[in-house]
Design a protein around this ligand. Structure first.
Ligand code: CA
Length: 239
């Protein structure tokens, strides 16, 4: 993982493509591009992009087909379709084929960036340059935590705590998915890059969770932040 989200732009119109590249770089993303469907699909298959901006009308294979073929290989690749106009049919077809969202051309830069950030957030991507994780539970013990993901550290009461990069990746991932329990399989897949359903490896996750609890919980045996949801995985309680 790097700090900057890497975005692939698949768009044949040069003016739009270069405009997108400029805008995305200005907003702190790294970019790559393809000017036709076939090249775009080949690049997308490498799996190295955090998000793909995908035009519909393209030379070679069109954007719908590119989207469908990416989805056959990778169900989780974030994709935003660029629809030529506010065409409900295009939007519906794109979403049915598995696109995460769409932006209608001509689009405002602000809207485009917001959509990109929202899709990235949902996909679990984290920009370490900007993240401070704040957890706060108003129980009688007044539990509060402020974790600096960039410095891999937190001030907890009067002690200064340091995290390993892996521990921080777990915390950030759980924070970004705090609305639900996250399964061990999912953590192994997303953070370690393992294939899913590796029974033996789930212990690895448990060990890291135990270490994290010793760092952030007042009573690691009775966690209030990093909780276990029986049969479902781990869930971070943010407040
Ligand atoms: Ca086009």
């Amino acid at each position: 993982m790097t700090n900057k989200a890497n975005i692939l732009i698949i768009e044949d119109e040069e003016a739009i493509r270069t405009g997108l590249i400029d805008v995305l770089i200005y907003h702190g993303f790294t970019t790559d591009f393809a000017a036709d469907g076939n090249t775009g699909l080949e690049k997308a298959k490498t799996g190295k992009y955090d998000l793909i901006l995908l035009d519909i009308m393209l030379p070679g294979i069109n954007g719908f087909d590119v989207c469908e073929r990416i989805r056959q290989k990778d169900r989780e690749q974030p994709i935003i379709m660029l629809t030529a106009k506010t065409s409900d049919d295009d939007i519906i077809q794109g979403l049915q084929l598995g696109a995460d969202d769409y932006v209608s051309k001509p689009f405002s830069v602000a809207q485009l960036i917001l959509r990109i950030q929202a899709v990235l957030r949902r996909s679990g991507f984290t920009d370490r340059d900007t993240h401070i994780i704040e957890l706060s539970i108003n129980d009688k013990k007044c539990n509060q935590l402020k974790i600096d993901t960039r410095n891999l550290s937190a001030q907890i009461d009067d002690k200064h705590v340091h995290f390993t990069r892996r521990e921080m990746d777990i915390l950030v991932y759980l924070f970004n998915h705090a609305d639900r329990p996250v399964a061990r399989d999912e953590l192994l897949h997303k953070l370690w890059g393992y294939a899913k359903n590796l029974e033996l490896e789930t212990r690895t996750v448990d060990i890291h969770i135990a270490k994290l609890r010793r760092k952030i919980e007042k009573n690691p045996a009775k966690p209030v932040f990093l909780t276990t949801v029986r049969g479902a995985g781990y869930r971070l309680i943010t407040g």
